[in-house]
Design a protein around this ligand. Structure first.
Ligand code: IGP
Length: 265
């Protein structure tokens, strides 16, 4: 079984269990369910936006635990917000990434930026959950969903007031793009061997229809990488490891964003 298949198998069990712990009706009674939503698409397109979507993650299947495996969002996400992230991504998967929905809600309480719930969404229940725990955007991964599932989940997300970032890995997934998807991400990380290739984004981006915001995901290490991708049509850049592997993620983000702003002046 590939790592993605393992994650999804586990996720199915987890979702089935969660439905018993909190029914959709109970989720709708959580205070954050009615909170105001922010648009990440809008934040990305604001003139002068860094386009950076900075990620809080404790560990990953490819890299193991980061320095701050035990960190709380408080140590990291305020700097993401303060130094100009257009959005913040919070890993909420527990078994493989060490995250939780509590991390999402904690982040919501600390920052103004739009928040992405980064998880493996396979069921509409998880969309209700995303809203109840403070997300503005959800990730849908084409590799684990049929085009019809993407369409249904994206429509449901929109009805819940959530934006959708659709993640692609391969050209054959371009057909998953649909009306209710506002942002399309290309993952530079090959899921079979975890190798990273920025030009993978560049090649695939050519097939993304105009009108969708193009997001480059994974393996971005330097402000130069961002500039390279920006010149090739990307407006947003999802970056996690670069900051989370640093002993000082907040400082690393501040320096990165500062260097980027200087370049664009
Ligand atoms: O840490 P990186 O290489 O900067 O990558 C961030 C993000 O793209 C990566 O965490 C990611 C992209 N798609 C995902 C899907 C699920 C979990 C994680 C991810």
């Amino acid at each position: 079984m590939s790592i993605l298949e393992q994650i999804i198998a586990r996720k199915r069990d987890e979702v089935a269990e969660r439905k018993f712990t909190a029914t959709p009706t109970e989720l709708r009674e959580q205070p954050l369910y009615e909170a105001r939503r922010r648009s990440m698409a809008y934040a990305i397109e604001l003139p002068g936006s860094t386009g950076l979507i900075a990620e809080f993650k404790r560990r990953s299947p490819s890299k193991g635990a980061f320095v701050h495996e035990l960190a709380t969002p408080g140590l990291v996400v305020k700097a993401y917000d303060e130094y100009g992230a257009a959005g913040i991504s919070v890993l909420t998967d527990g078994p493989f990434f060490g995250g939780s929905l509590q991390d999402l809600a904690d982040t919501r309480a600390l920052v103004e930026a739009p928040l992405l719930r980064k998880d493996f969404i396979i069921d509409r229940y998880q969309l209700t959950e995303a809203r109840a725990w403070g997300a503005d955007v959800v990730l849908l991964i084409a590799a684990v969903l049929s085009p019809q599932q993407v369409q249904e989940l994206a429509a449901e997300a929109r009805e819940l007031g959530l934006e959708v970032l659709l993640e692609l890995h391969r050209e054959s997934e371009l057909g998953h793009i649909c009306h209710d998807v506002t942002m399309v991400g290309v993952n530079n990380r090959n899921l079979a061997d975890f190798s990273v290739d920025l030009d993978h984004s560049v090649r695939l981006a050519q097939g993304i229809p105009a009108g969708k915001i193009k997001v480059a995901e994974s393996g971005i290490q330097t402000p130069e990488d961002v500039r390279y991708l920006r010149e090739r049509g990307f407006e947003a850049f999802l970056i996690g490891e670069r900051f989370m592997k640093d002993p000082d993620p907040a400082g690393a983000f501040a320096a990165f964003a500062g260097a980027l702003k200087k370049e664009t002046l």
